[in-house]
Every structure is written in C-alpha cells, then in structure tokens.
Design a protein around this ligand. Structure first.
Ligand SMILES: NC(=O)c1ccc[n+]([C@@H]2O[C@H](COP(=O)([O-])OP(=O)(O)OC[C@H]3O[C@@H](n4cnc5c(N)ncnc54)[C@H](O)[C@@H]3O)[C@@H](O)[C@H]2O)c1
Length: 313
C-alpha cells in the first residue's frame, strides 16, 4: 500500500504520546481510532487534544474552523479488537512495560488485517525481541517525541526482519502527516535521540544527588551553551569546531580514546580548521566556515533572549 492511500489508523494508548499522535493524524485528514483501557483515560485524552488544538489556534497554525473536523476524525474506544478493523497502520503507544507491549502486539496481530503495518513508539525497549509476532516483517519502530503535535521528528527503524516496503511505507506516512523522518539503517534500543539523552541522565542525576549544583543552575548552564550550539552544529559537527586534535587529547585524558577521532587526526583531518574532519567542508576556508556558523549562533542568542527561553517554563 502507498502511504498516500491511508484512510484510517489505530493508536493504542491515549496517554502523553497517544493523544498528541492521534491529533497529528487527524489534522492531516486521516481518521484515527484511539484506544485505551478505560473511558476516564479516553476523556482525559480528548481534553488534552482540545487543549493542544486551542494552543495551535492561539499560535495561528490551526484555524478555529478546522478544530471540529479534526476532533471529528478521532474516534475513542476501549475495544481494541473492534477499532483494529479497517486500519492500514497501527501504532502502539502504551506504557513502557514489556508484558503490556507483548499483549498489545499479540492482540493487534490477531485483529488487524494481514497487511496492516504494526509500529511501536517504545523509547527504550528492544521491541523486536520483546514482542512475539508471527509475521515480524510488518513490525517497525516509529519513535515520536513529546509533545508529538509540535516536535517535528519521527525516528523510523527496522528490526532484523522488517521489509524495506514496510519501512518505506512508514517513512512515507510520517512525512505525509507533516513529520520530518529519520530512517535508521537498523534498530537500536533508544533509537538515536534517547540513546543520547540517556547518556546525559546519569551525570545530571549525580550532580543533583550530590548537591553540586541546583536544578535551575544545571538547566541554565545547558541553555546558555549547548542550547545555543546544538541547533546549529548538532553533536557530531561540534567535534569539528572543537578541533579533533583537542578532542583526541581530551578523550585520551579521560581514558576514552576512540578510532573515529584518532584515525582522522592521524590523517591530518582536524575539523573546520583543516577543511575536513568528520564533515567535509568542500574546499571552504576556515574563515568562511566560522563566519557562517557565528552568524547563526548570533541569531540563536538573539532569538532565545527575545522569547525569554532562559527562564524556566
Ligand atoms: N513521554 C514521552 O516523552 C515519550 C516520548 C517518546 C516515546 N514514548 C513512549 O511512548 C509510549 C507511551 O508513553 P506515554 O508517555 O504516552 O505514557 P503514558 O503513561 O502517558 O500513556 C500510556 C497509556 O497506555 C495506556 N495503556 C496501558 N495498558 C494498555 C492496554 N493494555 N491497552 C490500551 N492502553 C493501555 C495507559 O492507560 C496510558 O493511558 C511508551 O512506550 C514510551 O516509552 C514516550
């Protein structure tokens, strides 16, 4: 099936992620069945969807007139089996508990049509090992970010047996509903972003536990440095600006020397200053590269000050 032909999808789990995901599909003109364990949770999900849409109307990205039709495309129910009928894509966004995921995928496999793509929004589980499905070819990772109706990216990742067709379909569907996608070559638990987030969790929690800095100070430090640089140079290109020779010395000093850096240093590829590092700067001079980067940084500093991003929300 082509992603452009999808008429109806199923979202299982109407919590933080599920309700926002349902809203995104509905906004793109696709009917959604939204399933959770009880009516109370579904009522709360509907309220959250309405609140989310209200914010979008206030911001000007949705019109008042569009709200009722969007809400009208979302059908809520506690009956997964009934809602699984006639859907082209089913996304699981239930609690991060292996046994619950297992149960949901067994039920989805039993009640969806044979060619319905089954996707998981898991943050950290190795979903392809956790769940047991008879046809793993149609199982795919599709990892959204909170709040799903605002954060642009969905990471898509195949398991060992997922077909290319299923990956392309999922990628196409996410793009059709307005998402940026990133298709990984293979699934790794946590995909890209949560792996990085997990890496910073322990030092943050340790500093908090030891009282080394207040929560506000840690966030202020991040916002005033990484918060400005990351949107411009990401995490990989940052190394090219630090200089791979310095990165090499730092990593060696902390007992973490790595061939990705060492090999480049040996070949004289030190980053922006040599025109090649992990990135290739296509013959541009260091001055040109720094000029471009610094103008972007300056705009970022201005913008963040203007919107008062340094204050806690
Ligand atoms: N919160 C985030 O920032 C975030 C981001 C990306 C991915 N995720 C992943 O998305 C999934 C959902 O996370 P969340 O933050 O929305 O959790 P949540 O706790 O807010 O919502 C989970 C929902 O699943 C429902 N549920 C539990 N068992 C169910 C069942 N048997 N059938 C139907 N519904 C059931 C719960 O009632 C709840 O409403 C998790 O796998 C999580 O790791 C979360």
């Amino acid at each position: 099936m082509d992603a452009k032909d999808v008429k109806r999808v199923l979202v299982v789990g109407a919590g933080t992620m599920g309700n926002g995901i349902a809203q995104v599909f509905a906004r793109a003109g696709i009917e959604v069945g939204l399933v959770d364990v009880n009516e109370e949770t579904l009522d709360r999900a509907k309220e959250r969807i309405e609140t989310g849409l209200k914010t979008l109307v206030e911001y000007g990205s949705v019109t008042e007139k569009e709200v009722a039709p969007i809400l009208g495309r979302i059908e809520t129910s506690t009956d997964l089996e009934a809602m699984a009928k006639g859907v082209d894509f089913a996304l699981e966004a239930v609690v991060e508990v292996p046994d619950v995921k297992k149960e949901i995928f067994s039920r989805l496999e039993a009640s969806c049509a044979e060619d319905t793509v089954l996707a998981s929004n898991t943050s950290s589980l190795d979903i392809f090992n956790v769940v047991e499905v008879k046809n793993p070819k149609r199982l795919v990772g599709a990892h959204w970010f909170a709040p799903p109706h605002i954060i642009p990216l969905v990471e898509v990742a195949p398991g060992p047996e997922t077909t290319q067709e299923v990956v392309d379909f999922t990628d196409g569907l996410m793009r059709r509903i307005g998402k940026e996608t990133l298709v990984m070559k293979e699934f790794v638990p946590g995909f890209i972003v949560n792996r990085l987030q997990n890496a910073i969790a322990m030092p943050v929690l340790e500093m908090l536990a030891q009282g080394s800095a207040s929560p506000e100070d840690i966030d202020r430090a991040v916002k005033l440095t990484l918060g400005i640089r990351l949107p411009i140079v990401g995490v990989v290109q940052t190394y090219d600006f630090t200089g791979l020779d310095l990165v090499h010395d730092i990593m060696k000093g902390i007992g973490m020397a790595h061939p990705v850096i060492d090999e480049r240093v040996e070949n004289g590829h030190l980053g922006a200053k040599t025109g090649k590092g992990i990135y290739d700067y296509g013959g541009r001079s260091e001055a040109e590269i720094l000029n471009k980067r610094d103008k972007l940084y300056l705009q970022m500093v201005d913008h963040l000050s203007k919107i008062k991003a340094l204050e806690p929300v």
